[in-house]
Design a protein around this ligand. Structure first.
Ligand code: NZQ
Ligand code: ZN
Length: 389
């Protein structure tokens, strides 16, 4: 490992099918004015809302609600939530939902006491908060983003067609605690489950496909990928398999809680392409990634060939003996493609609502990262997007 870094992750995790009870231990640490933040209805259908409400009431909380946080939460919705939290003099924000709800809640937490416009400050100028941050806790119901243990908050601005993630440097923005009950994920539709699985896988790839030094982070990443492939195959056949779903939940957290990025420059260009597709189609995050991944990885493979050979060998068990590096690396990507198809992931952006005439505009919305194996120029972005159609 040749990089210099600091590591601190202050989020406390409670994991398992009895984990919600620990909300009773956490709530007394904060003030009584709690804002409960949730999505567009799933927690009312599956009973999680009632379970959480009961605990909030038993702890004497004054509760306000921000409901209807949509997948890919919007800037308009953020403004609405800031007002609710301000009017309630919120002491604590409790997110109950998936990555969208957790991200959104963090965005509210850094904006309630901020006099600047949050979009301009956090998503255009990428500044850190200089105001008091309202503490956040999460009860996770959808697995994939890692938002439960990181300082990321992705917001979509429909007016400017930009979907931007700010990964804050300030660890105070990470949730104070997250409750991870794999049972809560069992009501997810298959489409969301596999989208989340690919999101996890791609988070690991985005960090793995960078750098050339011998780095412990890469060995951890390979272990996480192998576990995810194994569990995803079981969950794909039997979504109610608790053991597989719990492994997937735990892998998701470690895939993006800053551990495997230590000492890595990281890439993140698949996410930039996927987020641009998402800004124009509002498609499910994980599917935007699966739809652009293979054209992207096939394109950058020659620039990071050694790592792609290692990926083939250590993650996909490709026998590399007697093969050229190109052949071995290709076999790794083919194995990944077969697995993606087996899960039923969306493999092209047309299926998500993108068309040829939108390519230039999607390219305009694509941010270029400079730390992976290949820094893309505009023509290359267009080429990859066209190949993803
Ligand atoms: O709105 P509700 O009713 O809750 O329904 C949701 C939503 O329709 C549903 N769902 C969640 N839990 C459920 C459930 N349905 C049945 N049973 C349950 N237990 O699933 C749908 C998707 O939920 P969402 O929260 O949007 O999914 P996800 O967790 O994938 O979050 C996506 C957002 O996270 C951002 C994405 O860009 C996107 O905006 N990301 C955040 C990251 C971070 N913080 O580091 C990194 C990621 O790369 C990602 O960009
Ligand atoms: Zn992601």
């Amino acid at each position: 490992m040749l990089g210099n870094f600091a590591y601190c992750n202050p989020t406390k995790l409670y994991f398992g099918d009895d984990s919600l009870k620990y909300l009773n231990d956490e709530l007394p640490k904060y003030g009584k004015n709690v804002v409960l933040v949730y999505g567009t209805g799933s927690i009312k259908k599956n009973g999680i809302y009632d379970e959480v409400m009961e605990i909030l009431k038993a702890n004497g909380c004054n509760i306000a609600e921000i409901s209807g946080v949509m997948p890919n939460p919007t800037l308009e919705k953020l403004y609405e939530g800031i007002e609710i939290a301000r009017n309630h003099h919120a002491d604590f924000l409790l997110a109950v939902g998936g990555g969208s709800v957790c991200d959104y809640t963090k965005a509210v937490s850094v904006s309630v006491n901020c006099s600047d416009d949050p979009w301009e400050k956090y998503y255009i100028r990428f500044e850190e908060p200089d105001c008091e941050i309202i503490p956040v806790g999460c009860v996770l119901t959808m697995v994939g983003t890692g938002s439960e243990m990181n300082a990321g908050a992705v917001i979509t601005n429909h007016e400017t067609k930009m979907k931007i993630g700010h990964v804050f440097a300030d660890e105070n923005i990470m949730p104070k605690f997250s409750i991870l009950n794999p049972k809560y994920t069992l009501t997810l539709p298959h489409y969301q489950m596999v989208a989340g699985i690919y999101d996890i896988f791609n988070h690991i790839c985005e960090q793995y496909f960078s750098g050339e030094d011998d780095n412990t982070s890469d060995y951890i990443s390979e272990g996480l990928m192998r576990s995810l492939i194994e569990s995803s195959r079981i969950a794909n056949k039997n979504p109610q398999n608790y053991e597989a779903r719990s492994n997937i939940m735990w892998t998701a957290t470690w895939a993006l809680n800053t551990l495997v990025s230590r000492g890595k420059s990281t890439d993140w260009e698949v996410h930039m392409l996927g987020q641009a597709v998402g800004a124009h189609t509002d498609a499910t995050h994980g599917m935007t990634l699966s739809a652009v991944s293979l054209p992207y990885y096939r394109y950058i493979m020659p620039y990071g060939l050694k790592k792609f050979v290692r990926f083939a060998k250590n993650v996909w068990n490709v026998d590399t003996s007697g093969k050229s590096d190109e052949q071995a690396a290709n076999e790794g990507l083919c194995a990944m493609e077969n697995w993606m198809k087996e899960l039923g992931l969306v493999m092209n952006i047309s299926e998500l609502g993108a068309s040829e005439d939108m390519i230039e505009k999607i390219a305009d919305s694509t941010l270029v990262m400079e730390s992976g194996y290949k820094v893309l120029d505009r023509d290359e972005i267009i080429r990859i997007l066209k190949e993803s159609l």
